[in-house]
Design a protein around this ligand. Structure first.
Ligand SMILES: [Zn+2]
Length: 377
């Protein structure tokens, strides 16, 4: 039987020294094999489920059988059975998964998109989405799915946003040992506003800690010399936020959340409606914020180049900097997804080699990849 052959191959594979399998190409191939095995297993489970083979052992469902016999956590068992059922309606995804071009995560993300409102559109456009899934990084693919869903089921996307907004809550209570316990859930927009403010203050505290460590240890100072851990700084930043709220002048200007509106871009690249951290949001969820938001307009020409002000400057600042952030959204390095807002804007062709400080010659580079570039010859 085919499984016997697979098992003897696995025997040989598991007996191989890890060092003999540790090159990049082998790691990729192993992941492709893993995906194919998951695909074949899920498909077999779907058939096991449909033919009610689990009934013979007295189980109440295929998931209950898997939980008991395969010792899966109940949630994993249910997820596998559910995915197997949806897979029957996703022939292109099934094919690509069996071929190892997709992983379980992509197929599951695609399966989650299938609702009564989207199933017809999904049947029509599944091939296109599978193509995206097999070429894009996972996070980028889920963004594509979010836009796709807004496009084919705008009401559903707004309902979904409303449900997320309704689930907001914060608990802060004093408990054991007089300690305070804080936990909560925020919708994407509120979360981005709070996280942004918290990160800014935590960054200030980091600079202060770093200055203190340098004063104490001089050039030899490392991250290990910092007086506070990152989590402690975040806690202090929250307290600082509260203190600043208390000392803010009565009629002081409130910092407005900033949204990015892309004009003349969607024709070429599809709709863009997302936060600076690349979270896709529904147009409706922006409405409550519009009367207090700064609107920013960035104009792209048909070649999707930003029409920017060409000035002779050493550093990317102002509108040019913002244009590059909006256009590229992430660090330039293909294996990095640091948001552009937290990157420096780097010259593609260096300034020293005559490169201009214009959007076309700019790209976001995170601190790590900026340093790495300058280290290399
Ligand atoms: Zn990077």
């Amino acid at each position: 039987m085919v499984l016997d052959e697979l098992e003897s191959s696995l025997e040989a594979l598991c007996g191989t020294e890890p060092a003999a399998l540790s090159d990049g190409e082998t790691i990729e191939r192993l992941h492709r094999c893993l995906a194919r095995l998951e695909a074949a297993t899920t498909r077999a489970v779907a058939s096991f489920d449909a033919r009610r083979e689990w009934d013979a052992d007295g189980a109440r469902s295929a998931a209950a059988w898997l939980t008991g016999k395969c010792r899966l956590p109940r949630t994993s068992a249910r997820r596998r059975v559910r995915l197997g059922r949806v897979l029957r309606h996703l022939p292109a995804a099934e094919r690509a998964w069996l071929a190892g071009e997709l992983g379980e995560a992509q197929v599951a993300a695609l399966a989650r998109m299938r609702t009564s409102a989207t199933e017809d559109a999904l049947a029509d456009e599944e091939e296109m989405l599978v193509g995206q899934a097999s070429s894009l990084r996972y996070e980028h693919f889920t963004r594509v799915l979010a836009y796709w869903c807004q496009h084919v089921d705008p009401d559903g996307a707004e309902d979904d946003a409303e449900a997320k907004r309704s689930s907001r809550r914060v608990h802060l209570s004093q408990g054991f040992g007089d300690l305070w316990f804080l936990d909560g859930v925020l919708d994407p927009l509120s979360g981005a506003i709070v996280s942004d403010a918290l990160r800014r203050i935590a960054d200030e505290l980091f600079e202060a800690d770093w200055a203190e460590a340098r004063a104490r240890r001089g050039e030899a100072a490392t991250v290990a010399d910092l007086a506070r851990s990152a989590a402690q700084r975040r806690a202090d930043a929250l307290v600082e936020m509260a203190r600043r709220a208390g000392t803010a002048p009565e009629n002081g200007r409130r910092p407005e959340p900033l949204f990015t509106v892309l004009v003349g871009y969607e024709t070429f690249h599809g709709r863009i409606c997302q936060l600076a951290d690349a979270t896709v949001v529904s147009p409706g969820s922006l409405v409550p914020w519009l009367d207090q938001a700064w609107l920013e307009r960035v104009v792209f020409d048909p070649a999707s180049r930003v029409i920017d002000v060409g000035v002779s400057r050493r550093l990317f600042t102002g509108a040019t900097r913002r244009a590059v952030q909006v256009r590229d959204q992430e660090c330039f390095h293909p294996l990095c997804d640091e948001p552009a807002e937290q990157c420096q804007i780097d010259h593609v062709e260096p300034w020293s080699a005559g490169g201009d400080t214009v959007a076309a010659n700019g790209r976001p580079a995170c601190a790590y990849h900026n340093r790495q570039r300058h280290r290399r010859p």
